[in-house]
Design a protein around this ligand. Structure first.
Ligand code: ZN
Length: 83
């Protein structure tokens, strides 16, 4: 699995999070690459690891603990929390 991308700017995160929430993978990948200059592998990995709205695990929907990079307590998936 490629590394995930660290997007530091709050407005950029918000924009990408909204695209993710809308399930717009084909918009997300070019946009995060434009913002961060990352490769396509990193863009995809970031999309896959972004937590859902309400700080829920991207894989099993379990509510996540505090922090921006969190391992799910149930399924142990890595989650990026951008809200
Ligand atoms: Zn989980």
């Amino acid at each position: 699995m490629a590394d995930v991308v660290a997007v530091e700017d709050y407005a950029d995160r918000r924009e990408l999070f909204d695209i993710h929430t809308a399930d717009q993978f084909l918009r997300f990948v070019p946009r995060i690459r434009e913002i961060s200059g990352c490769g396509i592998g990193e863009a995809k990995a970031t999309y896959l690891h972004l937590a859902g709205a309400g700080r829920k695990c991207h894989r099993c929907s379990t509510p996540l603990g505090l922090g921006e990079i969190v391992d799910c307590s149930k399924c142990e998936s890595l989650n990026l929390v951008w809200e």
